[in-house]
Design a binder for this molecule. Structure first.
Ligand code: DX5
Ligand code: ZN
Length: 219
């Protein structure tokens, strides 16, 4: 049976009760913490940075999946490794030398992720797929939580799955944006391995139960 990884996005947590929300994820059936870092340049929003991630890392008992929505991410690869990131994801659109960035992430002992915007064709990843541990496929335009899922994503998952299989790669496909109980099953059926969920989880009256329900749906 396929195991789908669920990664709650801390962007949707209550920052005034961050420890409570981290403990909720620790004690839930979730697998990873998804941490969105935004610089106000690559995306039109600013989220949180190093001091907040340091505090999260001190309490988190599950892997940290850090999604950098920043320009020129190479500047901070070592910093995020030191902070305890397990997976570090850079945007395809923000990397002039993607292959070099991926090698730098791996040389710091992290899993290397590449995120692609909704308009970016998956074929651009063909030549680096063997070097990519995780493709974070954006199913909304990056920058904000709580947006509606873009339906074209299903087609892109299928296309990417073909590229991964044709290259005998072990790259995981992560879907980020607008994930709910309405689309989760189809996303996994098309080939997704990791589902990020922000507002769907933290906006629920019982977030932990919502994570369990999502898991049950995918069993
Ligand atoms: C968007 C972020 C997402 C976001 C997902 O730029 O990359 O991780 O937090 O939030 P929801 O699940 O609310 O769309
Ligand atoms: Zn994200």
């Amino acid at each position: 049976m396929k195991h789908t990884i669920i990664a709650p996005s801390i962007l949707a947590a209550d920052f005034a009760n961050l420890q409570r929300d981290i403990e909720m994820v620790n004690n839930s059936e979730a697998d990873w913490f998804h941490l969105d870092v935004m610089d106000g340049v690559f995306v039109p929003n600013i989220s949180f940075g190093m001091p907040v991630i340091k505090s999260i890392a001190a309490h988190a008992k599950k892997p940290l999946d850090v999604h950098l929505m920043i320009i020129d991410p190479d500047r901070y690869i070592k910093t995020f490794a030191d902070l305890g990131a397990n997976t570090l994801t850079v945007h395809y659109e923000a990397c002039t030398h993607l292959h070099r960035s991926l090698q730098a992430i791996k040389s710091e002992g992290m899993q290397a992720g590449v995120a692609i915007n909704p308009h970016t064709n998956v074929s651009f990843l063909e030549d680096t797929i063997k070097d990519i541990d995780l493709v974070c496929m954006m199913s909304v335009n990056p920058g904000f939580g709580g947006q509606s899922f873009i339906e074209n994503t299903y087609k892109k998952i299928k296309q990417l799955r073909k590229i991964i299989d044709a290259n005998d790669a072990s790259t995981k496909i992560e879907i980020d944006g607008g994930v709910t109980n309405k689309n989760a099953k189809q996303l996994v059926d098309e080939g997704a391995d990791v589902l990020v969920a922000g507002s769907y989880v933290f906006g629920a009256s019982n977030p932990s139960q919502t994570i369990s329900e999502l898991k049950d749906l995918l069993k």
